[in-house]
Design a protein around this ligand. Structure first.
Ligand SMILES: [Zn+2]
Length: 82
């Protein structure tokens, strides 16, 4: 089954958004540097690159905003379902 996923490059921290891949695919090639980019989970446990995002600041900002919205939604959901 093909699904849209976000991936993060392990080398350059580029976020690849809404990539259409098979549901079982967890690693893709980074479109910028060719290094492995791993699937971003719904609850990310990695740090946000604050200082070294100079390469693709808009992509990072967009992704961070999206994540905040997602987290806000989850927070709201858990509030009503303890
Ligand atoms: Zn990369």
């Amino acid at each position: 089954m093909l699904v849209y996923n976000d991936f993060r490059c392990s080398a350059c921290d580029t976020i690849i958004e809404d990539k259409l891949v098979d549901n079982e695919v967890t690693v893709v090639d980074c479109q910028y540097c060719g290094s492995p980019a791993t699937k971003v989970r719904s609850v990310p446990n990695f740090r946000l690159p604050g200082n070294d995002a100079a390469g693709f600041p808009s992509a990072h900002a967009k992704w961070a905003k999206k994540r905040d919205q997602k987290m806000a939604q989850e927070k709201k959901a858990s509030y009503y379902e303890p």
